[in-house]
Design a protein around this ligand. Structure first.
Ligand SMILES: Cc1cc2nc3c(=O)[nH]c(=O)nc-3n(C[C@H](O)[C@H](O)[C@H](O)COP(=O)(O)O)c2cc1C
Length: 312
């Protein structure tokens, strides 16, 4: 396919398998589609606000994240309407009453949350339109969404305007977390959550148990690093970048005594036999076995396998 011709418009070029885009030369909606498609999934701030007359508003915003822990800071950004540049009701409310409850959205709420994003006339209460239940907040005027399993009562420190965006910088004054997602130590049990996040177009992601996996944090130790892995292993056709990342995260390589002791393992004996009868190359067998172990997060054992080769 001739992608160069396809991407031939101003501000777009295609070279070395990469599409290169210049936001200064592109329509902002076109560039936006690439940004939201690539910076994804994004969590959703379901923002409950109130105007000075006490009218309540509820809208979702995926330009949202945690930006600080001391003090705890959440930021989200309502853009001005593309149609006429006018401010969204959420921004107008925040300017009148600088308080917000940011409710986190999970799968049970996703369709109603989407319904609430319809551009209803100013003053419409989306709690009613989308069928959510108002729960009185403790420290701020806007109500919480009872159905949300994590609710953050915030005061708005600043609304930073950059072009058509209004970045609301919010300090969390109080949080409420549903018992249904807590473990016995009152911590959030990530496996009990079912958060949803926005991607590009109409796509959402569901961060439930099936979608989640763990990566051991390398903060308590200093791994040997990718560059300390012997070249033959680094250039393996069997081991992937993820496998090499795991291998480089080990603090110390196994000792010679450990390597020799591991040779007695039935899996090792099996490999040695296959090589003796000329059935396969030692490296391929060792790398395949190491890959299997790394997929089970058994990093030290993977090294013990790889170092069986006297010339790794
Ligand atoms: C999941 C989701 C995420 C959204 N994220 C944003 C966003 O980050 N910024 C924005 O301006 N609009 C966003 N929207 C659109 C607003 O929710 C929509 O414009 C809404 O009508 C604004 O309501 P308001 O005028 O009552 O504040 C999002 C919509 C959905 C469904």
């Amino acid at each position: 396919m001739n992608r160069t011709a396809e991407a031939g418009g101003r501000g777009m070029s295609f070279s070395k398998n990469m599409l290169t885009l210049n936001p200064k030369e592109l329509d902002s909606r076109v560039f936006y589609s690439y940004m939201t498609g690539a910076v994804a999934p994004r969590p959703i701030a379901f923002a409950s606000t109130i105007d000075k007359e006490g009218k309540i508003n509820l809208s979702p915003f995926s330009f949202f994240n945690i930006m600080g822990i001391n003090p705890p800071i959440l930021v989200f950004a309502p853009n001005n309407r593309g149609r006429d540049g006018s401010k969204k009701d959420t921004t107008l409310n925040l300017e009148e009453v600088p308080e917000v409850v940011i409710n986190i959205v999970d799968y049970d709420m996703v369709q109603q949350m989407s319904l609430s994003s319809v551009e209803f006339p100013r003053g419409t209460n989306e709690f009613i339109k989308a069928g959510f239940t108002e729960e009185k907040s403790v420290l701020v005027k806007p109500p919480r969404v009872k159905e949300s399993k994590a609710q953050f009562e915030c005061k708005v420190l600043e609304i930073k305007q950059i072009g058509s965006m209004n970045l609301a910088i919010c300090e969390v004054l109080m949080a409420h977390i549903s018992e249904s997602i807590l473990d016995e130590n009152q911590k959030i049990d990530q496996t009990k959550t079912d958060w949803v996040a926005r991607m590009g177009g109409d796509w959402y992601a569901r961060a439930n148990r099936e979608a989640m996996f763990e990566v051991e944090k390398p903060i308590t130790k200093i791994g040997i690093g990718y560059d300390a892995i012997p070249e033959k292993i680094r250039l393996s056709k069997i081991l992937t970048g993820n496998h090499l990342g795991q291998l480089g995260n080990i603090e110390n390589l196994p000792t010679q005594a450990e390597i020799e002791a591991y040779r007695a393992m039935p899996t090792m004996q099996n490999i040695i036999e296959q090589v003796m009868y000329g059935c396969a190359f030692l490296d391929n067998l060792l790398h395949a076995e190491a890959a299997r172990l790394l997929n089970e997060n058994k990093v030290k054992e993977a090294w013990l396998v790889l170092l069986q080769n006297p010339h790794p």
